[in-house]
Design a protein around this ligand. Sequence first.
Ligand code: URA
Length: 243
Amino acid sequence: MRLDKYLSELNIGSRSQVKTYIRQKLIKVNGELATKPEQKVDETKDIITFRGNTLQYQRYVYYMLNKPQGVVSATQDNTAKTVVDIIDSPRKADLFPVGRLDKDTEGLLLLTNDGEMAHDMLSPKKHVNKTYLVTIKEKLSEEAINKLEIGVDIGDEKPTAPAMVQVQDDYHILLTIQEGRFHQVKRMLKAVDNEVTHLKRISFGALTLDEKLAPGESRELTPQEVELIHEETNATGQGSGYF
Ligand code: URA
């Protein structure tokens, strides 16, 4: 990739700032002073320094977004803002969301450029838990809770897989599912004659939504969080089963 792109992806500065740094002779590639922003570098092999400090390029990046309502889980959209539009990252152009949340759903969404990890997190075989804080129109009966936990017919070929319901109060439940069917939570509540009035995802696998992130805010995952999701997708291989 071009040297100026490499440096701006590492957050050394904007594309124009890094050009200035190159002109100021602050950048070396394999011990030689860099002179041209368009110089090609190999991020896997070349040793690149800025003010004498060796830079470390991260092939894969991972972000947690507290998705606000009104934004679509896509990389591009003709009319609405996308989750990629609102991510604060110098690697924006490479990022995509790991799965989807509806436009009116808020909460934890993971964005990355790591296709393999995304595939694993979404694979039905991996049984990755997703927990939603669901605001409902009516109090749930014991019978409805049992049905949701066993599996309900939402009009697909198969009923939903077992789920876990934790009642918070009359109008709020935590619902944990391991599938990711279209509008699944809303359709599950409809199947027990109820209705979702607000939906927020609060965890995805080993990741929990960072309460410090206001809707619309994002941050990079910590190395520990990245390790956790890799452990989770590697270890569960054939699936950990339902609850
Ligand atoms: N289930 C839904 O109905 N909507 C979402 O956005 C996520 C899960």
